[in-house]
Ligand binder design. Sequence first.
Ligand SMILES: *[C@@H]1O[C@H](CO)[C@@H](O)[C@H](O)[C@H]1NC(C)=O
Ligand SMILES: *[C@@H]1O[C@H](CO)[C@@H](O)[C@H](O)[C@H]1NC(C)=O
Length: 412
Amino acid sequence: MRFGNIILIVALCSFTAYYIYEPIPEEIEERWKLMLTNSFFRSLSHLADFSELIGLKDYMGVMYFITLAEKVVPVSDEHVKVTEEKFDGVEVVVYQPKQRGGDTELRRAVIYLHGGGWCLGSSRMSPYDLLARKMVTDLNAVVLSVEYRLAPAHHFPVPYEDVYCVVKHFLQKGVLARYSVDPGRIAVSGDSAGGNLAAAVSQQLQKDPGQQVQLKAQALLYPVLQALDLNTPSYQQNQDMPILPRTLMVRFWSEYFTSDKALFRAMMANTHNNPESSSLLKFVNWSAFLPETYHRKYNYSAPAVVQGVGGQAVGIDGPSQSFADPRASPLLVPDTALRSLPKAYILTSEYDVLRDDGIMYVTRLRAAGVEVTHEHYDTGFHGALMFTVWPTDFLIARRMTDNYVKWLKENL
Ligand SMILES: *[C@@H]1O[C@H](CO)[C@@H](O)[C@H](O)[C@H]1NC(C)=O
Ligand SMILES: *[C@@H]1O[C@H](CO)[C@@H](O)[C@H](O)[C@H]1NC(C)=O
């Protein structure tokens, strides 16, 4: 049975059962379709909570059903050659344009990192497979879709390190030559948690003294960029928005570092900062880095810093320090570390808890002199790019995809 049918049936049942209405803003397009889609996600989330409560299967294990249901086997077609490879031990799905006769031109490359809160998702999900094929044909690019390992089985920094290994491996001159890739035209990109990994890799790579080939561009699609302040105006405004309510984002953050529920509880209360992380709060000060229109209705107060007790409760073998690591929270670096970053495309959505993470990065990168294209969707919601397959296909997903690929075409 296709995922589409399952989603439709489960959504209809749960919808008629008790999700009669959800407060979804009027200006969101295809509102009823989004309500139905979201009722499926909410049902699954409740089921996952229940399953964890009775000790059947943990929360993320149940949520992973979404990933499984959308998995496809990536196969070659008339335009695209698809191979499943291993780069430095990490699985990668490689999409290449089929060679045309006499075509010796070097191509662009996009290293793509899927979303899913570091806990869910796969490069083999049909929306990612479709996106990769579109990039191959529209950009004549080689696309690497990285199957990094996931939390909670593999906590930070494993997912990040998997990605970094793949990028380092690919950026060797000999490897690039094998795929006919132009070393001057390589981008890293990703959505949501994938955008987090893309931003982190871009920063670490330019610091790597032995690195010869550098990235030309980074394209971050509604990225997650910081774990210090989980009460930014967008977290407050959108805490119950479809697809990614605040509780789920906090759950992803805490599970990225530890399975100890104490961190989840502290993050929910925004009291997880400790004396070490507090010195970095200045890098996510939304009163300073958001345009007036976004913070006018909210009074800034810095997150509480908990001495001892909080630190201890969440500090088993130091995971409390991890969320302040810039490889997990790329916003937490000084301007000097931003200056020589590749040019950036940043997509943000109004109805997204992560909106302000993206906007703050736009402000900070521009202040450091980095060229940034910021596309903000006034009617956008988190994860919209994933909804390109019937029956959960949304017009906004098509617009986002087209604009994003257009930017790559003009800038890569
Ligand atoms: C945040 O920025 C405002 C100015 O916009 C400043 O008054 C305040 O002291 C800053 N707070 C922190 C914790 O950096
Ligand atoms: C922000 O602070 C001002 C002045 O203290 C107060 O009048 C206003 O109600 C506060 N707004 C919010 C959203 O708390």
